[in-house]
Design a protein around this ligand. Sequence first.
Ligand code: TYD
Ligand code: MG
Length: 455
Amino acid sequence: MAKTKTVYVCSNCGTDSPKWQGKCPNCGEWNTFVEEVVAKDTSSRRFVPGMTDNVKIRPVLLRDITAEEETRIDLKDAELNRVLGGGLVKGSLVLIGGEPGIGKSTLVLQTVLGLRGLKTLYVSGEESSRQLKLRADRLKHDTPDCFILCETNLEQIFVQAQNVQPDLLIIDSIQTIFTELVESSPGSVSQVRECSAAILKYAKESGVPVLLIGHINKEGSIAGPKVLEHIVDTVLQFEGDQHYMYRILRSIKNRFGSTAELGIYEMRQNGLREVSNPSELLLTQNHEGLSGVAIAAAIEGVRPFLIETQALVSSAVYGTPQRSATGFDLRRMNMLLAVLEKRAGFKLIQKDVFMNIAGGLKVNDPAIDLAVISAVLSSSLDISIETGVCMAGEVGLSGEIRPVNRIEQRIMEAEKLGFSGIIIPHNNLKGFESNKCKIQIIQVKKVEEAFRHLF
Ligand code: TYD
Ligand code: MG
């Protein structure tokens, strides 16, 4: 029996310390240290899958290494393939993170069921095989090559993986898996770290790609994928509002592709549907004649789409006016309101302002500033913005409209969707031949100028 000792581990970043601390000296988070038991005898700690213990690895000259193009597996899901950088690389370890209930298991199971001619092993530590069967029936996909294993012991999982010899291994989720070599409970930082290191070793040695599911816990009581991010090759984040149907799959880290890619899905009764043209979905409502609606030509990652920003300005009932924003940073909205107040002379002190981005999406692109500010003004004046006009532009503190990136793509997207005009920042069109477009391009320097065009 190995001697044991306890250490305190930060559940946010994984730093360990011999004594408890209120604030983590590494990541600065408060109250994240949890006590964990670790085996003292480190020689027996590491788990080595397979019989590769005595293989000596020697350094080789870089020029002697032959690098073929990584072979990628086509996952038959255009969005997922794109986010992964063109398919799943053999021997890679991909982490799919997201809040509980967002649809990670659904996404992965659906992908697995859509594959043909590839043997997959789906290990679930969360659901029983019956539950998985019910879910698979609901998804209305079927494949003869999917094995299900309901197991949480990592050593057992490796044994079964050895037997099945899958082409793809799924582990749902890393927080439920444990290795016998670490004494703390599943989901603790040391378990998560040890298990994912062993899984990485398995992936690299066998060449089998592994999809790992991980929960993000806001309280930090369970080790979040933060610790994992350093270990895995690719981190995908599945996000969205549970009350809305849209889900975004974002690449946060990718050793085999760009992190600028984005996948959009719609959660349906029978699973997730790929959304190949997001603009058409986000703009379905007919808002002709309604005030407080402005269309922004936004870009998330590298994908342009047009999105509706809605604002409601009403008289404040209480002394302190309310400000609320969904899908948009509240501090940024307050800044934009201050700009509106100062530069355009609109008194918003006694007004409640509510802001909403359609579809429950969170947009980080600063180019939607102009649409936000226009929607607020439109609601405040109760004058609708002409349909067929969209806009893109970052608003500076002095009310100037700053240039934004990828303006050509935004203009092309607006034109493709039949918009008649787009308001863009002045001097943003370097080298772009705008006379080829049918869409009317209006260039503005200040917010006042934009307002003159709109109202
Ligand atoms: P799930 O994949 O279990 O989430 P996670 O693995 O991230 O915890 O998804 C759960 C939610 O998805 C659940 O609230 C119901 C919804 N859902 C659908 O709307 N349609 C479907 O076809 C399926 C399978 C799930
Ligand atoms: Mg799940």
